[in-house]
Design a protein around this ligand. Structure first.
Ligand code: ADP
Length: 488
């Protein structure tokens, strides 16, 4: 049950709400209690003021040793309310007059004054040390708020003490507590139920999205999640998910095309191999020459097959970021000289003049065998797509922080509309011609691999020019930055 976000959200919400309500009611209770006490104190102070005024007036009217007691009785009769107890003490702490001496005006207000209780005695003792004192005295049901102040009468100092029962206040506070006790649980229950439905409603689109997403597989990768409101968080989530599906779909498409193209490319040499072998086997007697010829064809096709499989393997590892580069220090110009040497026989066969025009000393830190493969690919193409008696020129020069290796041929060039596609895998501008003239078995992967090699070295490979007079491919390689161990 706790695995459901809905339930977890509701529980969290309820827990936080409970804490907030408890904190709020505690604070409210405390504020209420304090203001009640303050009101009581103000009331006691005002009452004492009024009492002393009456007492003063009455003392003047009385004479004799008992005059203060008699005046006190009059003042008590005048000011006594239901909850109050008055008492006057002389300096020695003896009671001069108190409410207990004065019979109540109505029978409804008998108060058992706690004037002899120990807590009252303690309060009285404390009152001698200050002019005005508020305190609490035990007694009755809920105790008393006590107020003591000194006053002078007839040349002596007396202490007036007024006690007010805290019972009504306590009753009020109990009522407040009782109200909290049923209001808070009801509020929590209502809020949790509301919270649960709110969470359910808010999460409903997520649940819908998840079941929609669950139905999307390789077969229906083109389907997308419905975006209800593209401005809210859930809309953003659906959009992100949809763009993830877009990328997945594209990569799936690429992969599918790659597989289809790869199997198509592999089918031709395999068919030739099988056909040639079948023909050779079907004839009972064949001359040695004929067997040699068949084996030659088988060998050539096997080589072509090996070449394609190697290229495919390179690209697959490159895609997975698992082609380990083995960088080391060497001279790029020397590598180009070696490549020119290797391609010389190929060029000679087509009477193509192979020229290394410019190659300044170019130290580099790179994967030598990969760069060799790239230069040979480009050279191979240049020779392949240049007609007899043409010219292929190489240059290697430094341009700022890069080396620019250019290979220019005098071939027929690449049609402008096909130029953006020549780096695509399996793309051949002229399929028929490529296949016929292609004695190395090119499957349209050479330029893709070459571009990947340049990029794996943090460089780039570009077709810098191509028209009817020929084409120029240029590889730009960083002269200083060393490539990392594996490509990414
Ligand atoms: P391929 O194995 O067909 O040579 P590449 O990837 O090396 O594959 O080249 C892709 C296509 O680009 C080639 O089929 C060809 O049509 C075109 N191409 C590449 N280099 C040249 C060039 N130097 N001159 C004319 N066309 C070229």
């Amino acid at each position: 049950m706790l695995d459901s976000v809905r339930v977890r959200l509701t529980l969290w919400y309820t827990a936080v709400l409970t804490l907030v309500l408890i904190a709020l009611s505690t604070i409210t209770y405390f504020i209420f209690w304090r203001s009640t006490l303050q009101r009581t104190d103000v009331n006691l102070a005002e009452l004492s003021e009024a009492f002393l005024t009456t007492l003063d007036a009455e003392t003047k009217d009385q004479s004799g040793p008992d005059s203060l007691r008699l005046a006190g009785q009059v003042a008590i009769t005048e000011h006594r309310f239901r909850d109050h107890v008055f008492a006057i003490f002389d300096e020695a702490g003896n009671i001069v007059v108190s409410s207990q001496d004065v019979p109540p005006a109505s029978a409804a207000a008998p108060l058992s004054a706690p004037l002899s209780s120990p807590s009252f005695q303690r309060f009285l003792d404390a009152s001698t040390r200050s002019d005005r004192l508020f305190g609490k005295v035990k007694g009755g049901r809920d105790g008393y708020r006590a107020f003591a102040r000194h006053f002078s009468a007839l040349g002596k100092t007396y202490t007036l003490v007024i006690l007010q029962s805290l019972h009504p206040q306590q009753e009020m506070l109990e009522e407040v507590t009782a109200t909290f006790a049923w209001v808070i649980p009801i509020a929590i229950v209502l809020a949790s139920v509301g919270g649960y439905f709110l969470a359910r409603k808010s999460l409903a689109p997520v649940v819908a999205m998840s079941s929609q997403a669950g139905r999307i597989g390789a077969a229906n990768l083109h389907e997308r999640l419905a975006v209800q409101n593209d401005r809210d968080e859930l809309g953003h989530l659906a959009q992100s998910f949809n763009s993830l599906l877009d990328r997945l779909n594209q990569s799936f498409e690429r992969q599918r095309r790659f597989m289809a193209d790869a199997s198509h490319e592999l089918r031709t040499p395999v068919a030739i191999l099988r056909g040639e072998a079948e023909v050779a086997l079907s004839q009972q007697t064949r001359s040695l020459e004929e067997y040699r010829e068949s084996l030659g064809v088988l060998h050539q096709e096997a080589e072509r097959l090996t070449h394609i499989v190697e290229d495919l393997f390179t690209l697959t590892r490159a895609d997975a970021g698992q082609y380990p580069l083995q960088p080391r220090d060497f001279y790029l110009d020397e590598l180009i000289v070696e490549c020119v040497h290797s391609a010389r026989t190929l060029a000679l066969a087509k009477k193509i003049c192979l020229n290394l025009e410019e190659a300044s000393e170019s130290p580099i830190h790179a994967d030598e065998s990969l760069l060799r493969r790239m230069v040979l690919n480009l050279l191979d193409n240049a020779i392949k797509y240049t007609p007899q008696v043409g010219r292929v020129t190489l240059t290697c020069r430094r341009e700022g922080k890069e080396y620019a290796v250019s290979i220019t041929d005098t071939g027929g060039g690449i049609p402008a509309d096909l130029q953006p596609r020549i780096f695509e895998r399996f793309f051949r501008a002229d399929k028929a011609r490529s296949r016929v003239e292609n004695d190395g078995g090119g499957a349209g992967l050479g330029l893709s691999i070459s571009r990947w090699i340049a990029e794996a070295h943090h460089g780039r490979l570009e077709l810098t020019r191509s028209d009817s007079a020929g084409s120029t491919f240029t590889a730009y390689l960083p002269a200083e930055a060393a490539p990392s161990g594996t490509n990414s």
